[in-house]
Design a protein around this ligand. Sequence first.
Ligand SMILES: NC(=O)c1ccc[n+]([C@@H]2O[C@H](COP(=O)([O-])OP(=O)(O)OC[C@H]3O[C@@H](n4cnc5c(N)ncnc54)[C@H](OP(=O)(O)O)[C@@H]3O)[C@@H](O)[C@H]2O)c1
Length: 297
Amino acid sequence: MNITILGAGAIGSLWACHLKEAGHNVSLWLRTPKISSHTLQLDDQTPLTFTTNDDTRLEQSDVLLITVKAWQVKEALLPLLDKLHTDTILVFMHNGMGAVEEVENELRHYPVVLATTTQAAMKPSLDKVNHTGAGQTQLGPFNAKGTQCQFLAEVFNHTLPDVFWTSDIQTALWQKLAINCAINPLTALEQCRNGNLAEARYSEPLRHIIQEVSEVMAQEGIPVSFSELNSKVYKVITATKDNYSSMQQDLCYQRPTEIDFITGYLCRKAQEHKINVPANQALYDEIKRIEHSWRTQ
Ligand SMILES: NC(=O)c1ccc[n+]([C@@H]2O[C@H](COP(=O)([O-])OP(=O)(O)OC[C@H]3O[C@@H](n4cnc5c(N)ncnc54)[C@H](OP(=O)(O)O)[C@@H]3O)[C@@H](O)[C@H]2O)c1
């Protein structure tokens, strides 16, 4: 397949290398291309060279895999739509919810697929990517045209397993959002590893966060109980105990976080359902206050 990756960061580069290794024609669309090709080395494998920002390749794309951060989706994608064929399948792979809804109207002619992944990657330098944790990826339709793209799960599964298709991607996204709401803001504000949240002093704040999230999820029609969600959160805390969350890293390096699409999304949904979520609202306000303080420094 002809595949263009929009956002060759950690996750985009991981998929770019695996898709190219699997025999697909993969090109990259970078924010600021200085050269017409870009080399990426996955772990200690042979470096691979990719064409970059080639209009013809973009026009001929069967799939555009969008791996920018949630808050970058709109700015990155809208300028490309004029160049894309409306048969191109748009696959969004980022944390958080609400970013695709922001551009939903502009995407109505395209098949749109949403993805959530627990694969982990990092870029130690511009031309290197490390696969730091194996995980699972779920794909599912965002719109009616997207429902016809089930075959993509098989294509992606041959590339970087395990990949599953789900007709109910919203439930998968909410489950990931719930875990992100519990772990990300707290580890960011405490500047600690995920595993530190298992300490007794965090059990009360986590209980409030998870209780509120489960109430909002119930109103959204997502079947979940507090105890189920609570045990999932603690499983992830244990499984990723040595990791720093992406929001911890973003706050540490004074980069914009994805809070608007994680806790912010939850708070917006809570407001729609007239549910009070003081624990999550307080985390949201504090992260926004810190982000704002960088701009006024
Ligand atoms: N890394 C992981 O292990 C992991 C795991 C699961 C989920 N995720 C999620 O996946 C998403 C991507 O994460 P990431 O870690 O890969 O982030 P990242 O390394 O920051 O990658 C984002 C990439 O998008 C590029 N970009 C931003 N705006 C662009 C534009 N207008 N045009 C072209 N490229 C643009 C960035 O380029 P610049 O450097 O030029 O800004 C960067 O290379 C996030 O939602 C994250 O939460 C990540």
